[in-house]
Structures are given as structure tokens and as C-alpha cells.
Design a protein around this ligand. Sequence first.
Ligand SMILES: [Zn+2]
Ligand SMILES: [Zn+2]
Length: 1022
Amino acid sequence: MADQVFQPLPTVPDHPALEEEVLAWWEAQGTFAKLRERNAQGPRFSFFDGPVTANKTLAVHTAWGRTLKDVFQRYKALRGFDQRYQNGFDCQGLWIEVGVERELGLNSKREIEEYGLDRFARKCRDVVVWSADELTRGSKRLGQWMDWGNDYFTFSDTNIEYVWRMLKKVHASGWLYMGHRSTEWCPRCGTSISQHELTMSGVYQERADPSLYVRLPLSDRHGESLVIWTTTPWTLPANVAAAVNPDAEYGRRLNGEWVAVARYPDETFDERLRGSELVGWRYEGPFDTLAPGAAVEHRVVAWDDVTLEDGTGIVHIAPGCGGEDFELGKREGLPVLTPVDEAGHFYDDYGWLHGLGTVESADQIIGNLGERGLLVEAGLYEHRYPHCWRCDTPLIFRIADDWLISVVDLRQQLLDANATVEWTPEYMGKRMDDWLRNMGDWNISRRRYYGLPLPFYPCACGHLNVIGSKAELEARALGGLDQLEELRRPWIDRVPVGCERCGEPVERVKEVGDVWLDAGIVPFSTLGWQNDEWIPEGYATGAARGLTKADLPDHAYWEQWFPADWVSEMREQIRLWFYSQLFMSVVLVGRAPFKKVLGYEKMLDETGREMHGSWGNMITAEDAFARMGADVMRWQYCAQPPDRNLLFGFGPAEEIERELLTFWNSISFFVSYANIEGFAPSWSELAPAGNVQPLDRWLVERTHAFVADATAAYERYRADDVIRLYESYVDDLSNWYIRRSRRRFWGGDDASLRTLWYALVQTLRVLAPVMPFLTEHIWRNLVQDGPESVHLAPWPEVAPPDRALLDEIVDVRRVVTLAHQARAASGLKLRQPLRRLVVEGASGAQGHAAEIADEVRVKDVQFAKVDAELRVKPNLPALGPRLGKELRAVNKALQAGAFEELGGGRYRAAGHELEPGEVLVERGGREGWAVAAAEGVTVALDTSLDDELLLEGRVLDLIRLVNSMRKEQGLELTDRIVLTVPDALSEVVDRHGAWIEGEVLAVDIRVGGSAEIAIAKAEARD
Ligand SMILES: [Zn+2]
Ligand SMILES: [Zn+2]
């Protein structure tokens, strides 16, 4: 045997082990650094990384997005593009705070303040430091190539200053205002929740709330009352009015209760009035027994929005506890009662309710109403109700003073900017449009601690001072600078500034900013927008000091890298990061910060359920790395069409591992025969040449088509298309080329080895972005004198493929598949040779009769009309909707055989042309023939047998048996054998001995002397 050129492959790849080995090799070789250096002068490809919240280890959800980012960055790198590779961490906000609260056992804002804001801030930073480390480690293991160590951290002073600068511009434009209004509020977190946060997944959850029907006695109509319905008992003590639809009809029941007639169509009413006639009636409030309610004159108001779809048609109005109620109250001049404090507890003027929470007060409120005879009915009501996205507490409405950015002037600009963006999938861009059209003003303030400090200093003189930078803060500070460790609470709260109008000292508001401000500013803060000079490590400021070495570039750099060519995050980010980036970009420079977006849907477990730690179906990235490996994970992520949810799990991973074996086995096959022949191809002669046969030429063209089509898919940012193209290509490679060429490999044919090597190497290059480890591992085996890494090889350039030739083989494979179907239907095994196959249609296959004959195991292939009875039926789901009433006539014509074949699988019947997908075609064969048909191709297999055919069938049975015995006995591919067969096979050996010897590498066949078939390794001949 010749020296082994290639390392033989084990039966199956050990993904985790080979990945660890490749990681170590990349590290030792500095492969990524070499790639960046090679591309340094190349064209630029700008990508902005959406910051991952640094409060956890790497999750498989996060790994999905990281994989897609890595795949397309790797692809662009292979194409020679220079890139920034800056990773980002999101470091502030409720995610971080709530985790730390839990860790420290703190249960309220009061306890945080008692713990100390400086200690609390340090704890939050510790979490970020730990998590950034974990996320980096996990991402490296995933194979993500980023400029680790030069990450951006959103809690750096630099990032904060850039947000300040944006807010100053917002203020200068007149868009910043303090809103006094009703807002969704988390009583546990003690802060308002903004509109876009309500769109986050998991916010709306099914929940059973009390359902109360409450009687409100009318003051001026003795013995009569209004009946209202509510699911939030805690809002009743804040009731000030009852709203009716002015155009609806209301009726008085026999017991004096007024309700909307439409809600109770079967009831009898003593009196009926239009809603408008009820307006102005006065009634006793449900809790006039408590001081705030007693002070209010309750009356009926008109409101067009009162629906007659649920409740009683009379709506309880508490402007202090609901957004719509608040707006209605403003219009009607209603008093506003705010019953609960920041933590959702009743204020002390609510008597016996004092200190109770909104949920726990329900029973006592219901009991009290019952005692006073005001309760008509109490039950439970199931509905979808918003919860805090961070802590899962049911939200309430509260009146709050929040800082808002008016979107009135910006809305159209935002829509125009979005119109310049190319979204994949397209519908996500429409969703952004919908959001931009319907969104309200942006509530940017949160009453929390570990967040961007809003730089607002409202003065008693009425002037709002907005600080735009740290330098401005220092210039205007009246003290406290010496203790200003970071631009963060509590330190910044101790730095008062002088009012620019009256000169008096002013303190900062206590609020921090919406976390999406931090992430949205990234296209400016990381690229040095309007920064005069490049500042080495200028991003390592404030809390980020010591965590990164990232520079703050200068404005010229920003000009080069803004906007991003491409960004990618999950769909949820449309109203979050994609929105905040777009918003801030439009404010600062009037255009979109990205040109193309790839969004993707949600990840669920493999059975379609959400993954939850408490449900036991959560997969950690660590687990996935250990059990399936990063390449298989990446494959799962990439194969997923982005418009559908990904069902991730170990089950799908096993399928992928099985599927990958086809490629693995093809490589193993090549390695085995190349080693036997001592075939050592050189990188410089990658293109196939020499004495190629038609099948080799076909594989080369097929490979070129794969390269060209996969390249186009990468350009569309559709990794799922890359995978589908690969799957069909590898099927052709393995189940057509290799299988059809086996005999040539046995004979050591140079052209086939060279062609197969070419195909495998090109496949590795195309797959490298998706499976960086496996491709690298194989590359280092198959390409011995070329680029040291597949990731350092340039992207394959191929000639335009010969599509006409490829179409021919598509036809050939279609004929072969149909012939196998026909054979299976007639119960004949594949090893039984047959006389004849007749093919109708598949004109491209005409030049390949010999190949088809060989594949299908027939003596003769004829292209002719198949003599078979044709039955055509309507495909109802496809044809019904199109034809409607006409379907009957068409069906009748088809049944009667009154139709015309138009070719290409199309038919005409009853005056209608029917497409291939609109009909079901069956062909019944004549006696002695098996027929199969699909897509305009029909084949008929002659199933009659004679002695000669039967004998050949026995030969093939014997060959198969002997070859499986060779394998079982562990013989090498080249080992020769002596074959012994029983007397019963003497005729088989007499007639076809040479054929058998050739197929099983026998040097001799001995007949008789044994009742069993036996093989023995022959002595080497020399
Ligand atoms: Zn909360
Ligand atoms: Zn002032």
C-alpha cells in the first residue's frame, strides 16, 4: 500500500472533540488575526452588534443570533471585506437591577436605598463583569469571531455622554416634555413601563381576575341604580364617573337597575332611554364611605368608545387608574383620584384599605361591597393581561410624571428612513412601519437606580437645564466633582449645576433613562460621531474602565462605517433596538442607521413549547456544546427559515448529525481510495482537468451551480437557502456521482479522484461560514499545500454552470426514481435485472440511456410513448378554488376521458387548461408492465422474467452477499479473496465467474466441498 496521503476518517465525527481541537489550533495559529490583516485593505462591510444584556451565561436563544451574525461576517471576510467585529454588552437597566435585588434579597426600592446606592451600583457592575466574561467564553466556543477585549459596554461614561448629547438635541428641538398622565406601571419595580416594552414577548399572559358587577344607586331617582362591570376592584375607590354610549339604548329592569338593552336582549325593561338622556345623572360612588370618594360628585358622562361587547354597557371611570379614563377625564374635567403609591399600596387617606396592595385588596373590597348591598355578582374572568417584562408582576395604571419625547414631528421622518431599509423577511419592515405609524410619545424615564442618569436639571425659575456632556457638567457644576466616580447614581446626584437662566443651584431629576436609549446610541457612540480626535481606549471610561480597550474613533471613522450595511436581531427588536437606533439616528443625522436587516422569529423547544428553567426544558449552551457541538447547533440555527419559529433541541440535532454523515462518508470514501492510489492533489491544480468522463463533467458543473446558488443565497442573507442547496447538492454528489463512479474508484481512476476532490474542497469552502469547525478539520486533511485554513482561502470563483446539462441529469434522476417506484410497486427486488424500460417525457434524459439502463438494471431503455391507460383526476384543493362552479364540468370531462394532453404535465378539459399541480395523474400499465408517472414523465418497466434474467439475479445476490462478508470479516478494500460456493451455484459460476471475480476481488472461485458460501483472504501475489 502506498503512503497515506490523507488521514483516514473515523466512522462518525466527534464534533465537540474536533471543535476543541480546532479552537486551540486557531488560537495557536492566530488565524483570525491573519484574516483581519489580509482584509485590512479590502472594501468595508459595516455591521453593528446589538448589545446582549450582560446578566447571564450564554443561552441557546442568544447563540442563534450570534451564529447568524458570525455566518455572514465570515462569509464577507472570505470575500475579502474589512470589518470591525466589535461586540457589545448592554449593562444597565431593570434586567441587571432585578437580578441583583434577588441575589441580595432586596424586595423594594426602600430596601435598595437602605442598602446604599453606591454598594448597589457596585453589585450591578460585578454582575456585568461576570456575565461579560461568561458570554465571551460561550461565544468563542460557538466559533464566533469577534474582536474580543475591545467590546463596547453601554454603561461607559462615553456611551452615556452620547445619549446626553442626543437628549440635548431633542430638547433644543422642542420635543422633550414632562408628561402628567396615566401609564402602565409595575408596582414591584416601582416604575412606569413604556409602550414598546409592552410589546416584548411574555408580557401578555393569561390570568384570572375578579369579575364584579356593582350597583351604583342614583341620587335623584329613588330606588334606581346603574350597574357597572370591572375586573380591577382596586380601582373602584377611585371611581368618579360612569360612562354611557350616547347613541345606545339603555333600559331599567324591574328591580330598578339600568343597563344597556343590547347586552340583555331577553330581559324586560320598564323604561327605555337613549344614553344621551342619562348623561348628567348623579349617583352614589361605590366608596363614598372613604374620604377621597366622598369628596367627589359622581355623575354619568357620554363616551363614544363605550362598547356593547362586554360588561353592562355602563363603564366605571377612574381617571387615576387607566389611560383611556385619564384622557376622558381631561375632556370632561373630572377629578383625578390616585389611590396607590409607587409600590401599588393604598395611600393612608383610603382608611381601612391603607397599605394594602392592588391584588390583595380585592377580597376586602368585594366583601365590603357585598355587606353594603352593592354587589350584583362576583366571579372570575380569564383574560390576557400585561405583566412586567422583567419581574412578571401584573401591571397597573398609575398617574405619573414621566419624561417623554414627542414623536409628532419625527413620525414621518422615521417612516421615510425606514423606507430606505431592506428588511428580510419583508413583513418585518411592514411591522416597523405599523409601529411607527401608531406609536405614542416615547416615555424615556424610569424611577430606578442603575441606569443612564437623565441629564435634566429643572430650575424653580421654570427653566429646564439639559446637560449635553461630561465637560459641560464639569463646567457648570457647583460642587461634588471630586466624588464623581462615574456618570451614575448616587454620585451624579451630588453634583448640582448652576441654572443657565437665573444662576441658582439646580439638582438633577432622580430618574434614569429607558435602557433602549443606551443601545440605540451605539451607531454614534462606538464610531466616534462628531469626535474631533481619535482617543485610544476612549471607550474604557466610567464603569467600563478596565473591562475593554476599545478606542473612541474620530468623526472621519464614523463617516466610513456609518450606516451599517447589515444588522440582525430577533423580531422582538423591531420595536426595541431597531426602533431606538432608527429613532436616535433620525434625530441626530436624519437617516436610517442600517441598510439591511435580517430578523428572525422565536425559539421554542423541539415540541413547540417556550423554554423555561422551571419547566425543565431549558437547554443551556454548555449542554448543547457538550452533547451536539457548535457546528450542529449552528446548522440548526442556519437551516431555520427566519419567518418561522425555531424548534430547537437534541432530537433535531441527532437528525442533523445523521444527515451530515452523507458528506462525511463521501469524504471518507475519497480518502480511502485516494490513499490506495497515493493520489496527492495540489492546491495549484484545483480545477479538474485531464481525461474526464461525462459524469465528471457533470459533477464539475453541478458543483459550480451549487457554489453560484449558495453565493446568491449568502448575498440575500438566507442561510436556510444555503442549507437547502447543500442538501440537494450532497444528495447528487453521494447518491449519483459517487455511486455511479464506484467502479472507477476501484480501478484507481485519476480523473474521478481528482473530480471528487475538487467537489469536496469547493463544498468545504461554501460551508465554512456555517460550520467553521468541521470544514476546518476536513480542510486541513484534504488541502495539504494550499491556504492553511479554509477561512483564509478566498471565496471560490467558478465559471457559469452549464444549466442545460444539469437539467438533463435532473431528468435522468427523475426517470430513475420513477423506475424504482414502478419496480417496488410490482414487488421485484432491485437486484433482479429486467429486459426493458420505456420512458415518455423527460426529453433531457435521451442522451443518457446507458446510464439509466445501468441504474435501473434493465437491458434496454427506449424513449417512446408509453402504452398505458391514463387516468386524470382533479386535485380538488388546488383546482376547486380556481374553477368554482366550472369544476363540475371539468371533472365530468376527465372522468369520461375527454381530455387532451398538452405536454409538460398539462392537460385541457372542458375548455380549461390544467396545470401539473392541479391534477392527479395515474397510469395503469398493460399486463406484464409496471408503470409510474409524475410531473409529465411516465415510465413503464417490462416485468417479465426469463431464465437468463433469473440467473443474472442470482449472480447479483451472490455478489452482494460476498461483499457484505468481506466487510464483516474486516478485509481491506484492496484485499483479494478466494471464494468457495456450494454445488448449487455451479451454473452461476460457470456462466458468470469472471463477472463475480471482478466484483468481489476474488482470485479464484471454488465450487463444491462446502454447503456454505465462504471466503478467505488470498495470499499476496508478490
Ligand atoms: Zn417589575
Ligand atoms: Zn433658574
